[in-house]
Write a protein that binds this ligand. Structure first.
Ligand SMILES: [Zn+2]
Length: 163
């Protein structure tokens, strides 16, 4: 038996094992892989969300700077994804960035996932809700201490949950 056919056999066995245990292979890297929010079609989201939130969350639109009522939200609590309710940021991590978008210097561990976005021609780090995959904003490395990060978030994609 050649090395090639042996490795192919191992691959097939591994594949058979993974498919025998539904969700296991994906769950190891993606805890929300089986979330019902992942099964919603674009039309379902359009019905569930206000127009502006739908355009941001599902089509990566960006709200007009200075337009979010959450800029003035300073109570203690959490900022959650408007699409699915997953808590993304704590109020104590919010800071005034002067950009006109709600800004945070860190996020709740595991709540966000990232990808590189080339929409404006230069690479930016897009991030989205880890559960429903709804677009939230972009993260930059010009934030305050202790992280030096600035999560620049669309307010329309968030809802505030008082503590
Ligand atoms: Zn979400």
């Amino acid at each position: 038996m050649s090395t090639l056919s042996l490795s192919r056999r191992n691959f097939l066995m591994a594949t058979a094992f993974a498919s025998a245990v539904p969700g296991l292979a994906l769950a190891a890297t993606d805890p929300y892989a089986t979330s019902p929010f992942r099964r919603l079609a674009d039309g379902d989201w359009k019905k569930r969300l206000p127009d502006a939130a739908y355009e941001v969350l599902r089509h990566e639109d960006t709200e007009r700077p200075g337009s979010s009522p959450l800029l003035g939200e300073h109570r203690k609590g959490a900022f959650a994804c408007l699409g699915c309710g997953l808590a993304l940021f704590k109020s104590e991590w919010k800071f005034e960035s002067g950009t006109g978008w709600p800004s945070f210097y860190t996020a709740i561990p595991g709540a966000l996932a990232k990808k590189t976005d080339l929409r404006i021609g230069i690479p930016r780090n897009e991030y989205h809700c880890a559960q429903c995959l709804g677009h939230q904003g972009h993260v930059f490395d010009d934030g305050p201490r202790p992280t030096g990060l600035r999560y620049c978030n669309n307010g329309v994609a968030l809802k505030f949950v008082p503590a």
